[in-house]
Design a protein around this ligand. Structure first.
Ligand SMILES: C[S@@+](CC[C@H](N)C(=O)[O-])C[C@H]1O[C@@H](n2cnc3c(N)ncnc32)[C@H](O)[C@@H]1O
Length: 241
C-alpha cells in the first residue's frame, strides 16, 4: 500500500517516468542490495548503542538514516568512498548528529561540513531543542574532520566556494527550499560526486505540493548530467556525470 501511495504521489507531483521506473525497480530488485548490506546497518546500530551506554554519545532517539544505511553503504562502497584519502562532504540538516556519525564512521578519511540552523524556536515539541549541544558532544571525537556551520542552507550555499564528493540533504522539508538546496548542491558536486536526499516521501505539510518530493521533482526537471542510482521509499541517490 505504501508503494502504491508513493507512486501515485510521485505522479501527482509530476515525477518523470525514469524516477517512477527506478522506484518500482527498487521494490523488486532492491531487496538483494538491502540484504547484502544490512550487516552494516546492524553494526552501526550496535556501535551507537554501545557508545550511548558508555555515555560517549547522547540523545539520538530519532534515527532516520537507519533504514537507508544498506543502500547508502552500497553506493559509498561502489564509488570507493569508504577509505578515499581526500574526500569533501557536505551535510545539510544535522540535528543531534546521528546521520553525521554514520558518514563520519563509514568514510573514515573524509572531511565534513555540517550545516544546520539549530534554531530552538523552530523545533516541534517532539524534537530536542538542545540538538546543537548534543551535536557538539556527539561529534567531539571527530573534530579534526567535522566542521560545524550554524546557518540556513540557502545562506550557506550562496556563499559556498568549495566542491564536494558527497552531499547529504536532510534539512528543510519545504518544497521550494528543497528545490534550491538540491539545485545549488548539485552545482557544487564534483563530477562522479553523489547527492543523497532524505525523507523523499515525507508528507508533513498539509498542502501536498509544498512537501519535499515536489521540490525534488522540480529540481530534476531541469537536470541533465546525472544518473539515478536509487529511488527508495526514503531516499533519492543521484550521481553527477
Ligand atoms: C530531520 S532533522 C535532520 C536529522 C539528521 N539528519 C539526523 O540524522 O539526525 C532536520 C534538521 O534540519 C534543520 N533545518 C531545517 N531547515 C533548515 C535550513 N533551511 N537550513 C539548514 N538546516 C535546516 C533543522 O534544524 C533540523 O535539525
Amino acid at each position: 500500500m505504501t508503494h502504491l501511495k508513493n507512486i501515485l504521489y510521485s505522479l501527482y507531483c509530476g515525477a518523470s517516468f525514469l524516477f517512477i521506473y527506478f522506484y518500482i525497480f527498487n521494490i523488486f530488485f532492491g531487496r538483494k542490495d538491502f540484504k547484502k548490506y544490512s550487516p552494516h546497518k546492524k553494526n552501526f546500530e550496535n556501535q551507537i548503542d554501545k557508545l550511548k551506554s558508555q555515555k560517549i554519545l547522547i540523545g539520538m532517539e530519532m534515527q532516520v538514516i537507519n533504514y537507508n544505511i544498506p543502500y547508502i553503504t552500497k553506493v559509498l562502497s561502489d564509488e570507493n568512498f569508504l577509505d578515499k584519502e581526500i574526500m569533501d562532504c557536505l551535510i545539510i540538516g544535522c540535528y543531534e548528529g546521528h546521520s553525521t556519525l554514520f558518514f563520519v564512521m563509514t568514510c573514515v578519511h573524509a572531511k565534513f561540513i555540517c550545516v544546520d540552523t539549530w534554531n530552538k524556536r523552530n523545533y516541534h515539541k517532539r524534537y530536542n531543542r538542545d540538538a546543537e549541544t548534543y551535536f557538539v558532544k556527539n561529534l567531539e571525537n571527530f573534530n579534526q574532520r567535522v566542521f560545524k556551520v550554524k546557518s540556513d542552507s540557502q545562506s550557506f550555499l550562496n556563499n559556498n566556494l568549495k566542491k564536494y564528493d558527497l552531499i547529504y540533504i536532510d534539512g528543510s522539508h519545504d518544497a521550494s527550499i528543497v528545490e534550491q538546496d538540491c539545485k545549488k548542491s548539485f552545482d557544487f558536486l564534483n563530477i562522479n560526486g553523489v547527492l543523497i536526499v532524505n525523507s523523499l516521501f515525507w508528507r508533513g505539510f498539509h498542502k501536498i505540493k509544498t512537501n519535499n518530493l515536489s521540490g525534488v521533482v522540480n529540481f530534476m526537471k531541469k537536470l541533465k548530467n546525472f544518473k539515478i542510482i536509487y529511488v527508495t521509499r526514503n531516499i533519492l541517490i543521484l550521481k553527477k556525470i
